[in-house]
Design a protein around this ligand. Sequence first.
Ligand SMILES: [Fe+2]
Length: 164
Amino acid sequence: MAALVDGWASAMGVPEPERQRWLRAVWLHDALRDASREELERWAPTTPGPPELRHGPASASRAKSEGETDRGVLDAVRYHSVGLAEWDMAGRMLYCADFLEPGREFARARRAALAARLPGDSAAVLREVARDRLKHIVASGWPLPEPTVRFWNSLAASGRSSSR
Ligand SMILES: [Fe+2]
């Protein structure tokens, strides 16, 4: 996943400090993916729900306690499973990379095509990734977390104005 994000940063010609922010978000985001229930409780005591929804907030809390001070990087990690309307590029790239990383088995061709398109059309690819991820949540019958709804509405609104 770091290689994917690194490749996007190079192709997009982003300055080195920005590339480092994206990579920190990648390195930090799944720090507690396989943590015990007790550890998640310790780092994210106020976040309800299953581990899939708690490991982001827990990983962000731990990153902060270990010295990460960049609000955009922390928000990228905290909300990587649900989305956040206010994200900067670190959050947006992490959300895309989490879905498009080549290590996953499903929809390989479609995801590879989106990953290749991202540097030239990152806003449109972000919307496609969000659409796929939301489709999956809705098809599973799970409720949509409130930040996810706001995130999607912000993307849908910007997509409509840019296509006019
Ligand atoms: Fe994760």
